[in-house]
Ligand binder design. Structure first.
Ligand SMILES: [Zn+2]
Length: 218
């Protein structure tokens, strides 16, 4: 299978789908990560918290750890447009890659660039039948809507790979409190894993998706 994961920024995909990607690659599937923006970040006071070079280096290393290919587009970090420019950029990638599964942001996320990335993905994916939206994470996940966990992926054997990929985002690790950040990402995966508890036993870690569209291959 061919799986494409779209994220606004370098680290978004790893936080929510890192385990899924590592597992898919290990199972022999081809995974392409698409980061919509340059991911450099200057806060409202003008302080530079992440340069373009840092974001590129960290993102490339994370993709290598997960075993995925990476494409970075050049939209501005805070303002991914939802217009023909962003939709056509994704049209081109989808047309060339022909994904079986598309993973993207959840459109009720509170980060404006995440929301427009989700909308652009959904528009560009009009000829594709399976789109899953990944679970948002603080600081962009505190929405007034509730995320509906509908699809679960057991990532128990791949949580360590996911954590290693996240650690390669050194600027983000520093920005969000180091191991406190990683611990929160891991704790959510632990909770989702616990939700998969069955008579067969436990699932240590999981990642979740909400369905936008799903083809049932029978
Ligand atoms: Zn982001």
């Amino acid at each position: 299978m061919k799986i494409i994961a779209i994220g606004a920024h370098s680290d978004d995909i790893e936080i929510s789908c890192g385990g899924t990607i590592a597992k898919a690659v290990k199972s022999g599937h081809e995974v392409l990560m698409v980061v919509m923006t340059t991911s450099e970040y200057t806060n409202y006071t003008g302080k530079v918290l992440r340069t373009f070079e840092e974001a590129s280096r960290e993102g490339q290393k994370a993709a290598e750890i997960l075993g995925a290919k990476l494409i970075t587009l050049n939209f501005p970090t805070k303002d991914v447009p939802y217009n023909s420019e962003s939709v056509e950029a994704l049209d081109k990638i989808f047309n060339e890659f022909q994904p079986d599964i598309i993973l993207t942001h959840w459109p009720h996320d509170t980060h404006q660039a995440h929301r427009t990335t989700a909308l652009a993905t959904i528009s560009a994916a009009r000829y594709f039948n399976t789109i899953l939206m990944y679970e948002p994470m603080m600081p962009s996940g505190r929405s007034y809507h509730g995320f509906r966990a509908q699809v679960y992926v057991d990532i128990s054997e791949f949580n360590n790979v996911k954590m290693n990929a996240l650690k390669s985002h050194e600027s983000q690790y520093k920005k969000y409190g180091g191991d406190f950040w990683l611990g929160a990402v891991e704790a959510r995966a632990r909770l989702r894993g616990f939700e998969m508890l069955s008579e067969k036993g436990q699932c240590a870690f999981a990642e979740c998706y909400e369905v936008m569209r799903l083809e049932l291959p029978l």
